[in-house]
Write a protein that binds this ligand. Structure first.
Ligand SMILES: [Zn+2]
Length: 250
């Protein structure tokens, strides 16, 4: 399996970062699933070389904040042109919000081209050759962190969506080689981060140490770019700095 990072910014950040989302590719089938779909996600997919909407087997939406969901109308319109269907996975309230957005921006006949799949923390879903698990996050609205496992090899990654430090995410992430954890705020803003349901790089690394992850990719940067400026980095963990279209074999 392979990860392709489509964006790593938050809602308000350098627009060139792209809003945080990633594709998880199945090496065997060439199919993929998308984790989060903020503004410009289809453009970012094309930029990174993934333009075949029929190979998109599911879109997992972690929560309904705009920077995670506002690319859906364009994906649905595009799917309509090739008579494809977008499987949209999320909490019931997230799916309800997606439908409201499709209605609000007048996507006609959207029912033809979406297949909503409501999930809850603890659920396990098989899609696109992957086994996908979910845990609750600590954010300002209900949301999910997502673990994607290759059904054959068991290799896996975890993507947190938006959250402050959470033991439930540590449990979800245990022994996955790659953790993609949000790090929206600077270390000096850790109290503010927690109060807003977000994380710093230290929160991200604490999770990785406790979950025994090997590689960590901090994501969802705010206006101030996250710097690797903490005093002591944990041994045995490699921090990968994000970039658009960054591709990693797992
Ligand atoms: Zn959010």
């Amino acid at each position: 399996m392979k990860i392709v990072l489509l964006g790593f910014g938050g809602w308000i950040s350098n627009p060139l970062y792209g809003q945080t989302s990633l594709l998880v590719l199945n090496d065997n089938s060439g199919e993929y699933i998308l984790l989060d779909a903020g503004e410009g996600v289809l453009r970012n997919m094309f930029e990174c070389g993934f333009s075949e909407i029929r190979k998109l087997k599911a879109v997992v939406i972690t929560h309904s904040h705009g920077d995670h969901v506002l690319g859906i109308p364009t994906l649905v319109q595009f799917a309509k042109t090739v008579k494809s269907k977008i499987v949209i996975v999320g909490l019931r309230e997230t799916i309800d919000a997606v439908v409201q957005i499709l209605k609000a921006v007048s996507v006609s006949n959207y029912e033809c081209c979406i297949e909503p799949v409501a999930v809850s923390p603890g659920d396990v879903l098989e899609v696109g050759g992957f086994r996908v698990r979910f845990a609750e996050v600590e954010h300002t609205i209900p949301g999910l962190a997502v673990r994607v496992e290759d059904s054959g090899s068991g290799r896996c990654l975890v993507y947190t969506g938006d959250t402050s430090y959470s033991e439930q995410i540590v449990r979800l992430s245990r022994d996955c080689s790659v953790l993609l954890h949000e790090a929206s705020f600077l270390e000096s803003e850790s109290t503010l981060a927690k109060s807003l349901g977000h994380s710093t790089l230290s929160d991200c690394l604490r999770t990785a140490v406790e979950a025994r992850n090997r590689f960590v990719i901090p994501l969802h940067f705010g206006l101030a770019e996250v710097k690797i400026d903490i005093d002591s980095l944990p041994q045995d963990i490699t921090i990968l700095y994000p970039s658009k279209c960054l591709s990693i074999d797992i």
